[in-house]
Write a protein that binds this ligand. Structure first.
Ligand code: TMP
Length: 209
């Protein structure tokens, strides 16, 4: 099982990844929680000024990070039979670089997807959808120096959200939208319902079960 979680900054998806991992572990699954971008390339992408990279360089850096992540973490984990929960994956590249920045690079992303991701696509992607104002209010300031994406502004994040919604509408079999504007436990229940339905599982969202 390879499941990605997507959503705009402040959508609460990282909390949902952690809760979903707990539910899977309670049911006896070996779970690997991971995220993109990671490592040294993450630092290049999330620190510094908004204009540090051109949109195309940014896209290529995200793909370089993805290639290393797939090679060293995701594929080995899947090969040993673990469930992999990934906080962001390829849909973020389309939503942020193509949608947010308006970079006309969908064809390039498709080619990179074939070369770099190949068969290693999540069977399920959970889109935590929430309004931009609410998400930004929730997100507040990023800790430390990871402030670069804040510099792109509200309209940028609106375009990102729109693109995520378009991706979900275009691929409803893989991308399942949950209303992330609800209370955390309600969102968790919706996530568990989607996972149960997609994989024929009987996970419980309740810690005491
Ligand atoms: P995070 O804070 O959710 O870990 O993600 C860091 C930032 O990277 C976030 O603002 C979204 C952005 N991002 C992209 O722009 N393109 C991508 O392909 C990925 C994976 C993340």
């Amino acid at each position: 099982m390879f499941i990605s979680f997507e959503g705009i900054d402040g959508s609460g998806k990282s909390t949902q990844v952690a809760l979903a991992a707990d539910a899977l572990r309670r049911a006896g699954h070996d779970v690997v929680v991971t995220k993109e971008p990671k490592g040294e390339i993450r630092t290049l992408l999330v620190e510094g000024g908004a204009d540090r990279w051109s949109p195309l360089s940014e896209l290529l850096l995200h793909y370089a990070a993805r290639q290393e992540h797939l090679l060293h973490e995701v594929r080995p984990a899947l090969a040993r039979g673990a469930v992999v929960l990934c906080d962001r994956f390829v849909d973020s590249t389309i939503a942020y670089q193509c949608g947010g920045h308006g970079l006309n690079a969908e064809a390039l992303v498709e080619n990179l997807k074939l070369e770099i991701i190949g068969e290693t696509m999540p069977e399920l992607t959970i889109l935590c959808d929430v309004g931009v104002e609410e998400a930004l209010a929730r997100a507040g300031k990023r800790p430390g120096n990871e402030t670069r994406y804040e510099g792109f502004g509200v309209e940028y994040m609106q375009r990102v959200r729109e693109r995520f919604l378009q991706l979900a509408a275009a691929d409803p079999a893989r991308i399942r939208k949950v209303d992330a504007g609800q209370a955390v436990n309600m969102v968790h229940a919706a996530v568990i319902a989607v996972m149960n339905q997609s994989y024929g599982l009987q996970l419980s969202g309740n810690k005491n079960d």
